[in-house]
Design a protein around this ligand. Structure first.
Ligand code: NAD
Length: 486
């Protein structure tokens, strides 16, 4: 558990015997840090360990409609398998007549089974990538299961629609999923036998999901949290990856970045960051997630990566307020900069491990912050909040078609933590967002907060950067994040 100022236990406590990963790969703390070139050649993620069947003519790399491409990378180079997935775990092959019932060479043995736990906007976009890569790489079992909270859409079950039309028409309409992604409404069946679990539900539901999964996860499985948010424990901050680790006993990594789901699904180029303490697991996860238009950097500082993903949503709410009040891009840049300062300060205070400024320069940091403050749902709803005066809950219902907001709730969780530590005034932007969302303070307070931000009150010493470093001295030993070779 990550507690305020406390050390957590290690995350790699699972029994080793039945791990699907070689023993040498399971010693996270003993694994040497890898350093390699920061540069990755276009298409590096396409390097398949074995030859694959060519993709269907005209198909995009990820199985959906063709999107923008890196010059020189022809469509279909990833060799997406055209045929059906295999029966895996307790999942059933969908009814004959679906795309998956056409002929293809099956593959079940030896590959790691992947399950996507969640099927919202981001869950579906990531299933598209993981499904496409699993279909072409021998490291993974062909079939990728996706847990779908069952609901009716237009009088039909959502799982049935996904398994016949290969489209999540509610949460990611207009994008085809690869046919080897199979929707399963039963959480335990979806996760049965999975070696790699990608957790991607809104953060308010993760506790309940883990309760159901407890005792049913394969020994030695690893997890990745793509969930943006934090929780609070009796002693302070709890990361979502810690909640999953504590409940399921699996080693956890995180994936966060400037990744608006619809753009990722459209295969528009972007970067992402995997925070993973075990270099070999990082390599496997990179293989699973990387595509020519979704470039993965792996860093060791997983806690910092995760906290960036949670806090930027609060800043985005502040940016949306400014938009709603009619302020311009200069104001938004100020919100982004001051928000980033508060994010770094909060991470330095509350992360157990080292917090290195360079991690904030990865996609999970400043890039995600920028994209969320311009394009995300938190910004959008906050803008409407400022313009209409309707409540956040009402706007979430009206504007998001079942999708969930993270920023306001995260601001409330953070506020409780800051209050209990007497640190509210050190984080004026986070506090203003909370008070506007939940305490009836006027939206214009966000501008007052910017005007009176401590950053503008004190004259900086000539050695500002030195003073900044001094301020956080003693909070973990700085260590440079390592990267994996391409
Ligand atoms: N959408 C994005 O662009 C994006 C990008 C990066 C990260 N994320 C993060 O990914 C996570 C998941 O977001 P999303 O966009 O996939 O979801 P979403 O907001 O689009 O969809 C809501 C999902 O929650 C499910 N749900 C509703 N009630 C539930 C319950 N009681 N228990 C379990 N599940 C329930 C719904 O079935 C649906 O799948 C969030 O933490 C989000 O911050 C989203």
């Amino acid at each position: 558990m990550l507690l305020c100022g406390n050390l957590r236990g290690g995350r790699g406590g699972e029994a080793a015997g039945q791990s699907p990963f070689p023993a040498a790969l399971r010693s996270a703390s003993r694994a040497p840090s890898l350093r390699g070139s920061d540069l990755q050649p276009p298409g590096a993620g396409l390097a398949s360990p074995e030859p694959r069947a060519p993709a269907a003519a005209g198909a995009s790399d990820l199985g959906g409609p063709p999107g923008p491409r890196v010059p020189g990378l022809p469509p279909g180079r990833s060799g997406r398998r055209a045929g059906p997935p295999l029966l895996g775990g307790s999942l059933q092959i969908p009814a004959a007549g679906s795309a998956r019932s056409s002929a293809a060479a099956p593959r079940t043995m030896g590959g790691k089974k992947v399950c996507v736990v969640g099927s919202g906007n981001w869950g579906s976009a990531i299933a598209k990538i993981a499904g496409s890569n699993a279909a072409r790489l021998s490291t993974f079992e062909n079939l990728v299961s996706m847990w779908v909270l069952e609901e009716e859409v237009g009088g039909r079950r959502l799982t049935e629609i996904i398994n016949t039309e290969h489209e999540n028409v509610k949460y990611l309409p207009g994008h085809k999923l690869p046919p080897n992604v199979v929707a399963e409404p039963d959480l335990l069946k979806a996760c049965a036998g999975a070696d790699v679990l990608l957790f991607v539900v809104p953060h308010q539901f993760i506790g309940k999901v883990c309760e159901q999964l407890k005792g049913h996860v394969k020994k030695g499985a690893i997890g990745v949290s793509l969930i943006k948010g934090v929780d609070e424990g009796p002693d302070g901050l709890r990361l979502i990856s810690d909640i999953i680790h504590e409940k399921l006993g699996i080693e956890m990594s995180v994936l966060m970045g400037a990744n608006i789901a619809n753009e990722v699904a459209e295969e528009k180029f972007c970067e992402t960051t995997i925070g993973c303490k075990n270099a070999q697991y990082g390599q496997i996860l990179k293989e699973l997630m990387q595509t020519p238009n979704f470039r993965v950097t792996v860093v060791q500082e997983a806690d910092t990566v995760e906290i960036c993903g949670a806090l930027k949503n609060i800043v985005a709410v502040g940016a949306g307020f400014c938009d709603g009040l009619g302020f311009g891009d200069n104001t938004k840049a100020a919100v982004i900069r001051l928000g980033l300062m508060e994010m770094i300060g909060f991470a330095k205070l509350f992360c157990k491990g080292p917090v290195t400024p360079s991690t904030f320069l990865e996609s999970c940091g400043v890039a995600d912050l920028i994209t969320t403050c311009y394009g995300g749902r938190n910004r959008k709803v906050a803008e409407a909040f400022a313009k209409t005066g309707k409540s956040i809950e009402q706007l979430e219902k009206e504007m998001l078609n079942g999708q969930k907001l993270q920023g306001p709730q995260t601001s409330a969780e953070l506020h409780r933590i800051l209050k209990s530590k007497n640190m509210v005034e050190k984080f004026p932007l986070f506090t203003a967002v909370y008070q506007i969302c939940y305490e009836g303070k006027p939206v214009t307070d966000v501008i007052k907060c910017l005007q009176n931000h401590p950053e503008h009150i004190f004259v900086r010493s000539p050695d500002f950067l030195g003073a900044f470093a001094e301020r956080w001295k003693g909070r973990g030993s700085p260590s440079r994040p390592w990267r994996l070779p391409a």
